[in-house]
Ligand binder design. Structure first.
Ligand SMILES: Cc1cc2nc3c(=O)[nH]c(=O)nc-3n(C[C@H](O)[C@H](O)[C@H](O)COP(=O)(O)OP(=O)(O)OC[C@H]3O[C@@H](n4cnc5c(N)ncnc54)[C@H](O)[C@@H]3O)c2cc1C
Ligand code: SF4
Length: 560
C-alpha cells in the first residue's frame, strides 16, 4: 500500500481538527470528521508500517521494543512494542500508525449488557446510538470466524481440555479477512494465510487493522497524516480553539534533543490511548487547564492476563510461521480461533473468557531461553535439528484470559513521566480465579501451568496487561468523570457539567470500568457513537457507507 503519512515538514500551522494518536478512537474520528469535510490532521508518535514491514525475525523484533521504567528508558521512541514497567503492574501497548491494532490478536467481542448497566456510566450512554455505534464498528472492522477453526490443533486441544471447566469452546470472532476482499475503505485485502503472526504484525494484509480501514478512508477524504510526532500537551487559546504542543522524532536536533513545535486547531481529539491521552491531559492540567479531579483514576487492566501451558501431551502448533512462512505445511490459524466463555449470572465480576493464542514467529528463537533451564543450549540444538516447531514447543499452549478487576489503578505524572500505581494489584481476586481456571485446563492437557516465564527477570512478579483502560473515565459530571458521555472533557473551572468547547477524548481511556472482554470493539463503537453525537450537535454531515474507487488501494507485501 502506498504510504499514508506525509513528511512533517508539510504540517500546517492550523487545522479544523487535530486528532492525536491513530488507534481505534483516532482512526474513527479522523475518518468521520474528514468525511464531514473538515480539514483534519492526525498526529501519531510512532512509525508507519506498510504490509510486509512488520518485524519477522527476532533481531528485528528486539529493535522494535521500547522499555520505560521509573528510572530507565531503552529503545527508540517509535518502537512498535511499547512496554511500561510499573512497580505494581506492567503495561504493553502498540506504537505506530494504527496503534494497538497493528499488534493485537483482533478478538472483537461486545461486553455482557450488565457492564453498561453499572452506575459508574452516565445512564444516557444506553441511548440508541450505542447500538448504532456497535453496528458501524462491526461494519468497518468486520469480525469473522475462521471457517476452519475447529480443524486447528490449538482449537481441538482447547476442546479436549475444556471438560475441566465444564464448558465447550466456541469460535472466537476476530477482525481478519478470511477471504480476499475490497474493504469499506476501498483497500484490497488478501485472504488470511493462517500464519498465526497477528500479534507480531500481519505481513499479509489480512488483519483488518486501523491502518487498513479507518486511516486510508480518512486520507482518501483529505485528512493529512503525520508520524514521528509526540503531543506533549494542549492549551486553550484565549481567542478560541486550542494550541497543541508537540515534539518531533523525525530528525533530532544537532544536540540530540528532539525538536519541539506548536500548531493550532478549532477542535482537538485526544486518541493517544489510555496511557497517552491521560498523560497529555495530566501535563495540560499542570500547565493550567482546568480538568476534573478524577483525571488519572479508575485505571483498569481489564482483568487481562497472558499465560502458558508447557508440555501438553498432544501437538498444539501455536507458534506463528509468519509470512513468507518459515516452515511449509503448518496451518497454524489466526492468533485466536477459539474461546471458552464462562458467564456468571449472579456475579458479573466472576465471568471470564479464555482464548487460545499464538506467539509470533519472530519470538520463536527466544522460547527455549524462556521456558527451559539451560534453554539457550537446547535452543541452539533445536535450531540445528528441527527448530522450535517440532520440539517441545510444538505443544506449548498460549492463553489470553479476560475478566473484571476493581479499576483501582491510578495514573500520575512523576518527574514529568507517566507512572501507574496500584498497591495490591497482584492480589485482585481476578488473578487467583484465572490462575485456577487456566491451571485446570493445562493439567487436563497433560502440561504444566507457566504463569509468567519472565518472573525471574526485571519483569518480576507483577501482573501485566495489554488492555489498559481508564484514566479519563466517562461520568455524569466532573465530580465523577473526566469526560461526558459524548467524550467531551469536563471544564473544572465552570459548572459541574460544563465541558471545554472542542476538546474530546476518544479511546480506551474513557472506560470507567473493566469491560470483561477484549476492548477493541467497544472502543470503536464508543468512538462511532461520539462522532454521531458530535454530528448532531454541530450539524456535521457524514455517512459510514463503504467507498468503491476505480482503483482499489493494493496492500503491497514486499518479500511476500
Ligand atoms: C499484544 C496485544 C494483543 C491484544 N489483543 C487484543 C484483542 O485480541 N482484542 C482486543 O479487543 N484488544 C486487544 N488488545 C488491546 C487493543 O489493541 C487496545 O485496547 C486498543 O488498541 C486501544 O485502542 P485505543 O484507540 O485506545 O488506542 P491505541 O490503539 O493504543 O492507539 C493510541 C495511539 O496513540 C499513539 N500515541 C500515544 N501517545 C501519543 C502522543 N503523546 N502523541 C501522539 N501519538 C501518541 C500511540 O502510538 C498509538 O498509536 C491487544 C493489545 C496488545 C498489545
Ligand atoms: S494469521 Fe497471519 S495472515 Fe492471518 S491475519 Fe494473522 S498475521 Fe495476518
Amino acid at each position: 500500500m502506498t504510504r499514508l503519512a506525509r513528511s512533517l515538514d508539510r504540517l500546517q500551522p492550523h487545522y479544523d481538527v487535530v486528532v492525536v494518536g491513530s488507534g481505534y478512537g483516532g482512526g474513527v474520528a479522523a475518518s468521520r470528521l474528514a468525511r464531514a469535510g473538515k480539514r483534519v490532521a492526525v498526529l501519531e508518535r510512532g512509525r508507519e508500517f506498510v504490509t510486509g514491514e512488520f518485524p519477522a525475525r527476532f533481531p528485528d523484533l528486539r529493535a522494535d521494543v521500547q522499555l520505560t521504567g521509573k528510572r530507565m528508558r531503552l529503545g527508540s521512541p517509535t518502537g512498535l512494542y511499547d512496554v511500561r514497567f510499573g512497580e505494581d503492574m506492567h503495561v504493553l501497548v502498540g506504537c505506530g500508525l494504527g496503534g494497538g491494532s497493528l499488534i493485537n490478536a483482533g478478538v472483537a467481542l461486545r461486553p455482557d449488557p450488565r457492564v453498561f448497566h453499572d452506575d459508574v456510566w452516565p445512564q444516557v450512554i444506553q441511548d440508541g446510538l450505542l447500538d448504532e455505534g456497535y453496528a458501524r464498528a462491526a461494519r468497518w472492522v468486520r469480525p469473522a470466524h475462521d471457517p476452519a477453526a475447529e480443524r486447528r490443533t490449538k482449537f481441538q486441544a482447547l476442546r479436549n481440555a475444556s471438560a475441566a471447566l465444564g464448558r465447550d469452546p466456541v469460535k472466537a470472532p476476530v477482525v481478519v479477512s478470511f477471504e480476499a476482499t475490497i474493504n469499506p475503505a476501498g483497500v484490497a485485502q488478501p485472504a488470511c494465510t493462517h500464519c498465526g503472526d497477528c500479534c507480531g504484525g500481519c505481513n499479509v494484509g489480512a488483519k483488518n487493522t486501523v491502518a487498513l480501514t479507518y486511516l486510508p478512508d480518512a486520507a482518501r477524504h483529505g485528512a493529512e497524516i503525520f508520524t514521528h510526532v509526540t503531543v506533549r500537551r494542549v492549551a486553550k487559546r484565549p481567542e478560541g480553539g486550542w494550541h497543541i504542543h508537540f515534539e518531533r522524532h523525525d530528525r533530532p536536533s544537532p544536540h540530540g534533543a528532539e525538536t519541539s513545535g506548536r500548531l493550532t486547531a478549532d477542535m482537538v481529539v485526544l486518541a493517544a490511548g489510555t496511557l497517552g491521552s491521560t498523560e497529555i491531559l495530566l501535563r495540560s492540567r499542570e500547565h493550567g487547564l482546568a480538568l476534573s479531579d478524577r483525571l488519572g483514576q479508575r485505571f483498569s487492566a481489564n482483568g487481562d492476563i497472558i499465560a502458558f501451558g508447557y508440555g501438553a501431551k498432544t501437538p498444539i502448533n501455536a507458534i506463528g510461521v509468519g509470512h513468507p512462512p518459515k516452515l511449509d505445511g503448518l496451518d497454524v490459524g489466526a492468533c485466536v480461533t477459539g474461546q471458552i466463555e464462562i458467564v456468571d449470572e449472579s456475579d458479573l465480576a466472576r465471568s471470564l473468557t479464555i482464548q487460545e493464542g499464538v506467539l509470533p514467529s519472530a519470538l520463536a528463537p527466544m522460547l527455549p531461553a524462556l521456558f527451559i533451564p539451560n534453554g539457550r543450549l537446547l535452543g541452539a540444538l533445536q535450531s540445528l535439528i528441527a527448530g522450535v516447531y517440532k520440539g517441545p514447543f510444538a505443544s506449548l499452549q498460549t492463553f489470553f484470559a479476560v475478566s473484571h478487576d476493581s479499576a483501582s489503578g491510578r495514573l500520575a505524572l512523576e518527574d514529568d513521566r507517566l507512572a501507574l500505581s496500584w498497591p495490591g494489584a497482584k492480589d485482585e481476586p481476578v488473578y487467583a480465579r484465572l490462575d485456577a481456571a487456566l491451571e485446570a485446563l493445562v493439567q487436563r492437557a497433560g502440561g504444566s501451568y507457566v504463569k509468567n516465564p519472565l518472573a525471574g527477570t526485571m519483569m518480576g512478579h507483577q501482573p501485566a496487561t495489554a488492555h489498559p483502560l481508564g484514566g479519563c473515565g466517562m461520568g455524569r459530571e466532573r465530580g465523577d468523570g473526566v469526560v461526558s458521555h459524548k467524550c467531551q472533557a469536563f471544564d473544572a473551572g465552570a459548572g459541574s457539567t460544563d465541558v471545554h468547547e472542542g476538546l474530546y477524548v476518544i479511546d480506551g481511556s474513557i472506560m470507567p470500568r473493566s469491560l470483561g472482554v477484549n476492548p477493541l470493539l467497544t472502543i470503536t463503537a464508543l468512538a462511532e457513537r461520539a462522532m454521531l453525537h458530535l454530528a448532531r450537535d454541530r450539524a456535521f454531515v457524514f455517512d459510514d457507507a463503504p467507498r468503491r474507487y476505480a482503483t482499489p488501494i493494493a496492500v503491497a507485501a514486499p518479500g511476500a
